[in-house]
Design a protein around this ligand. Structure first.
Ligand code: PHE
Length: 350
């Protein structure tokens, strides 16, 4: 009886150990095949849970004698630990993957490379200078810090003229100020070079103006000067008209209105048919159909004299235009302050 029991028991022990090893094999494969953390949780319950398959096998321990149970129990613990370790490792791998997921979001757009952009006013200045280059004009520059003498006196502007007033200009000392226009470069060029002269002078100028939709205390100008023997008002009109046609297109019309500047005589204000409404009248041109693009005129004899040129021998014309205003007209920019805000969403459009 004792012997029989033992041999029956030994058979059951072998059978249970075989079942446990099979369970380990199936469990290992299932863990390896589990596609996510939820599948692992389900496997843990199926294999190691309170009502799971391992518990199911161990239910038959009761059929064994007390001396046979430890072998099966030890094998059961080994299988349980092995499967448990596999489940933990796999779960940890999924936790790491879940953790790094958002840090590698492949759906995010790539980082665009930042590129700069030429400012719309600079574009206009360069285009103006290119057109005048084709007409024989050189591009030159002058100082932004200027003396009263060059900014006013040499241009036939008396120092009691409103433009020379402390309240209208930025004085650095009693004699030195931030230039209020690019015209002083006319005098500087004439003092340095003999005629014939043909130059364009882009640069920043400063005035004590409010900073609002149509004014800025610092803005750009492009000065022009042509001096030679025999230059007439017809040359002036023809050159300006040629420039307007090239810059604004063949349909653009030019209008010369009488005006006054101390350093030109006669003086003119030059208008171009409005680029926004085509001359019909709109809010941009204040319903006149025209936009003013420059002040201009024939160089005043006093300016030649101050520069050491013989006014009996030489004549010439000069003009000064505002490329900021022209850029606003051309691109339909409603507020001058947009030109100074360095906002790439705005500047990137040109
Ligand atoms: N300097 C004048 C201004 O700033 C423009 C101008 C230049 C007028 C040259 C005539 C000749 O308004």
């Amino acid at each position: 009886m004792e012997v029989n029991h033992t041999s029956d028991g030994a058979m059951i022990v072998d059978e249970l150990i075989a079942q446990l090893q099979e369970l380990q094999g199936q469990g290992s494969e299932a863990v390896a095949a589990a596609g996510n953390a939820e599948a692992l949780d389900a496997l843990r319950i199926e294999y190691l849970g309170r009502k799971g398959r391992l518990t199911g096998i161990l239910r038959r321990l009761g059929e064994l004698g007390a001396d046979e149970r430890p072998r099966v129990g030890a094998e059961a613990n080994r299988v349980k630990d092995a499967l448990s370790t596999l489940l933990d490792e796999r779960a940890a791998a999924y936790a790491v993957a879940a953790d790094t997921g958002p840090r590698v979001d492949l759906s995010l757009p790539g980082r665009a490379r930042w590129t700069g952009q030429v400012h719309p006013v600079t574009l206009v200045i360069d285009e103006i200078c290119e057109i005048f280059r084709d007409l024989g004009f050189s591009r030159v520059a002058g100082p932004e810090m200027e003396t009263q003498t060059y900014n006013f006196s040499k241009l036939n502007i008396p120092l009691d003229h409103p433009a020379a007033d402390m309240h209208d200009s930025f004085y650095l000392t009693d004699e030195v100020l931030l230039r209020t226009h690019t015209s002083p470069v006319q005098a500087r060029v004439m003092e340095q070079f003999a005629p014939p002269i043909r130059v364009v002078v882009p640069g920043t100028v400063y005035r004590r103006d409010p900073f609002d939709a149509s004014h800025a205390p610092a803005f750009e100008q492009v000065e022009g000067l042509a001096v030679d023997e025999g230059i007439t008002f017809a040359d002036f009109k023809a050159t300006i008209s040629a420039f307007v046609r090239r810059f604004f297109g063949n349909d653009a019309k030019t209008r010369f209105r009488p005006s006054y500047f101390p350093f030109t005589e006669p003086s003119a204000e030059v208008d171009v048919s409005c680029q926004i409404c085509g001359g019909r009248g709109c809010s941009a041109c204040k319903h006149t159909g025209w936009m003013e693009i420059m002040g201009a005129g024939m160089v005043h004899p006093n300016v030649f004299e101050a520069a050491g040129y013989d006014p009996e021998r030489y004549t010439g014309y000069a003009f000064g235009m505002g490329p900021g205003r022209i850029a606003m007209q051309r691109y339909g920019i409603p507020d001058i302050r947009l030109l100074y805000e360095s906002d790439m969403r705005f500047l990137g459009q040109f």
